[in-house]
Design a protein around this ligand. Sequence first.
Ligand code: MLT
Length: 259
Amino acid sequence: MKAQVNGITLHVKDRGQGLPLLLVHAFPLNHTQWESQLDMLTDEFRLIAPDMRGFGASDAPPGPYSMDQFADDLAALLDHLNIEQVVLGGLSMGGYVAFAFVRRHAARLRGLVLADTRAMPDSDEARAGRETNAQRVEQEGPGFLAETMLPDLLAPGASPQLRANLQAMVENNPPQGVAGALRAMGARPDSSELLAQIQVPTLVVVGEQDKVSTIDEMRTIHESIANSSLVTIPDAGHLSNIEKPAAFNAALVEFLRGL
Ligand code: MLT
């Protein structure tokens, strides 16, 4: 489905009926990251998975982009779909967007799923690296990111097929969108103080072998959110929902049924 929101067109998968779960993909992926969830959970729940602005088949307008703008796109998408409240789930960059959504649209949250993400902002060094990568993406496209990032995103046992799928996902994103998102991630604020203000039930999920957002970081997020539970996914790295969909989905279903 195509949705006109905030002056742009978003490409959105909207499948199933029941409690709505809005899923926000990681960087530099697209909504197909959630294919296993869309396939396996829509008998019981309504899953909404957009390509965020700048990714996949959504518009990639000129920057600057920001986490606030991504969050506002989601709120506008909910308006478009006539949905008042959702469970919002985000993995990694999707989690950064979820934090912005908490700041700006908390009343629309029924629950939160924070997967393999970080509350801390970038260090100065990491921010400078984002800018270098953004300029390189503008010059040569996003393909090189697949080579530099994938080794850190997946647990060692990940299949060649999965690696190839992810590589294609990365390469097919519009350069302008990827560069915009890199700068937006570099500029994202510290969300550690925000965690104590989160009131809604929250599921915190992390792949046991996640090198990007470690179990320790995710445990801190869990311990800072009063009404939260922590689930670790064995044999998964940073992209836990893709690497071990059965375990990820089991945690999600238990959480959603409990709401
Ligand atoms: C992601 O998976 O979305 C990225 O690793 C996030 C980041 O680069 O900070």
